[in-house]
Write a protein that binds this ligand. Structure first.
Ligand code: ADP
Ligand code: NI
Length: 220
């Protein structure tokens, strides 16, 4: 099978898997990460476009958050899929590494990417977690988990272990302070930093307005 056919088959596979997903991990998210990854790859040196596309398409195929905390579920599912298509072992290994390394694990937990393709896919994934779409996804996720929008009595926590981050069940607004506002500083590629600037500012403006309305400061 040539590379084009492998991508086409993978698009169909992932699309079918995510069609009815309502937690913010839907096909539209995968599609945005795929397209953003391609754009970032074209502006970043030494990035293999085929590995990048496969990594982007498969990056959420079995997320630990939805698989009882099993961090190997994603890399394993990607490997099984690529093996079923007869993809070269060397390529499969590079895709597996991207998926293993991509997740955010708490503010105090470094998550370096060991390959340039991984840096691009992680940047694209994180760009989709900020800005207007990022805001919508955070509240969709919080709603899916039955969490309140905000509770001023519950302070944000800078999780310094993956265990503590995993167990977190705080109101959704805390997620902005525990993760989303910090993603801009953690991007790898200059191309992603350019996109992040406006999205970050939009999130800050949203939070300012949210808290004003919460306190009723704009009423009267
Ligand atoms: P990423 O794709 O950046 O690794 P995740 O897979 O951790 O992000 O999360 C997917 C989406 O769900 C993101 O938009 C993220 O902000 C959101 N999300 C994850 N955890 C929470 C949470 N505790 N509260 C609100 N939103 C969350
Ligand atoms: Ni994702």
């Amino acid at each position: 099978m040539d590379n084009k056919a492998i991508i086409a088959r993978t698009v169909d596979f992932v699309q079918a898997k995510f069609l009815h997903e309502g937690s913010g991990h839907d096909w539209a998210h995968i599609q945005r990460v795929w397209h953003t990854s391609q754009a970032l790859a074209s502006q970043t040196p030494a990035v293999d476009p085929f590995v990048t596309e496969l990594g982007a398409l498969l990056h959420d195929v079995a997320d630990w958050k939805f698989h009882a905390g099993d961090e190997e579920a994603g890399p394993r599912a990607a490997r099984e899929w690529l093996n079923s298509l007869g993809v070269d072992e060397a390529i499969t290994q590079r895709v597996e590494v991207i998926i293993r390394e991509i997740s955010f694990k708490g503010l105090g937990v470094p998550t370096p990417m060991s390959t340039p393709e991984g840096e691009v896919v992680q940047d694209a994934d994180r760009l989709d977690a900020i800005g207007a779409i990022g805001i919508a996804r955070a509240f969709a996720y919080g709603g899916h988990k039955g969490r309140p929008l905000h509770d001023p009595a519950i302070a944000p926590v800078a999780h310094d272990s993956f265990e503590s981050y995993k167990q977190n069940a705080a109101p959704t607004l805390n997620h902005f302070y525990e993760k989303l506002l910090h993603l801009r500083e953690r991007l790898h590629t200059p191309a992603a930093r350019v996109v992040a600037k406006e999205r970050h500012q939009f999130m800050e403006a949203f939070l300012t307005q949210f808290l004003r309305e919460w306190e009723g400061e704009d009423v009267n």
